[in-house]
Write a protein that binds this ligand. Structure first.
Ligand SMILES: Nc1ncnc2c1ncn2[C@@H]1O[C@H](COP(=O)(O)OP(=O)(O)O)[C@@H](O)[C@H]1O
Ligand SMILES: [Mg+2]
Length: 310
């Protein structure tokens, strides 16, 4: 186990920011912490890194108990904070070199690592630029380069794509996938469910400091009873046909909405049953699509609120 957080309780005065929260991150995962603003994601990261004290609970990193003085453990971690943390008085190259130098003392090796990080985030043309000359997206990429240059085994990224242009966002997401393929375990916090769907192999949905549910995206949707909906457009069928299809599909819900037929598909094998009924009864339809539930739907099922409302 790379990270094991057990029953963390963290208060800020009267506010319970982490409420008996536990997570386990295994080697090779891209672990997403998905939750609205204020749900406790950054607080959790700060507790994992021993940057904050907590009232109760335990954090194990690489199987060992984490504490503020465990520099040996910290050397295996890359941390990209939510607030951009780079030195305004250092240029791009020197910023990355500084952070890399905290862990890599061999000069030759460090030069290689810094160059690789620059290449990785696509800042080759900006090596001599000072941060204030960089756009928001490029600054984010610099922040990322500072966190990854020492090639950590565990990389923790706190909302690395907030307020960046789509091009930088894609470059960051693709970069994270590549680092993961090269062996890094990733913890990724965000309030953007699309990003979690795109890159995370495991997800914890967090709200009000609680772990609401954990699993891969399919498990989360299944756990709250959400299934794909097959939509047949411009269909010409009778109410009797709808009843027959319902009967064939047992528990699936079949609904006519306007001139569409919406069929919830609990098991993908049922699709062929629907299509074969339609073929045998010469039913005309104009086209079809499949609508899959989103993580917003999962969040809505559990909390009664929309994730995107925040
Ligand atoms: N230093 C602090 N002092 C008091 N309250 C805090 C502090 N840091 C965070 N909080 C509160 O803790 C809760 C969780 O915050 P945070 O972990 O930053 O959430 P997230 O990262 O998910 O947006 C919020 O209600 C926030 O206002
Ligand atoms: Mg945060």
């Amino acid at each position: 186990m790379i990270v094991e957080v057990s029953n963390i309780l963290k208060r800020f005065d009267d506010l319970v920011a982490l409420d008996n929260l536990s997570i386990k991150v295994q080697e090779g995962e891209i672990y997403g912490l998905l939750g609205p603003n204020g749900s406790g994601k950054t607080t959790l990261i700060n507790c994992i890194l021993s940057l904050l004290k907590y009232e109760q609970g335990e954090v194990l990193l690489f199987g060992e108990e984490m504490s503020p003085k465990r520099y040996d453990l910290k050397g295996n971690i890359g941390y990209v904070p939510q607030e951009i943390a780079v030195f305004e008085e250092l240029n791009v190259y020197d910023n990355i070199d500084f952070f890399c130098g905290l862990y890599i003392s061999d000069k030759k090796k460090r030069k290689k690592y810094v160059e690789e990080a620059i290449e990785f985030v696509g800042l080759n043309d900006f090596k001599k630029f000072y941060p204030k000359k960089l756009s928001g997206g490029l600054k984010r990429r610099l922040n990322l380069a500072c966190g990854i240059s020492h090639k950590p085994k565990l990389l923790i990224l706190d909302e690395p794509t907030v307020a960046v242009d789509p091009q930088s966002r894609n470059s960051i997401l693709e970069g994270i996938k590549r680092l993961n393929k090269e062996g890094a375990t990733i913890i990724y916090t965000t309030h953007y469910m699309e990003e979690v769907e795109q890159i995370c192999t495991k997800i914890t949905i967090i709200d009000k400091g609680k772990n609401l549910i954990t699993g891969n995206k399919y498990e989360l949707k299944k756990a709250v009873g959400l299934v794909d909906t097959l939509i047949l457009k411009d269909i010409e069928c009778s109410d009797e046909d709808i009843e027959n299809i319902s009967n064939e599909l047992h528990e699936s819900v079949v609904k006519r909405i306007g001139n569409e037929l919406h069929i919830s598909i609990k098991d993908s094998m049922l699709v062929s049953k629907v299509l074969s009924y339609i073929e045998h009864n010469n039913i005309y339809f104009g086209g079809m699509t499949v609508k899959s539930p989103t993580l917003n739907d999962v969040f809505l099922e559990i909390t009664g609120k929309e994730l995107r409302d925040y």
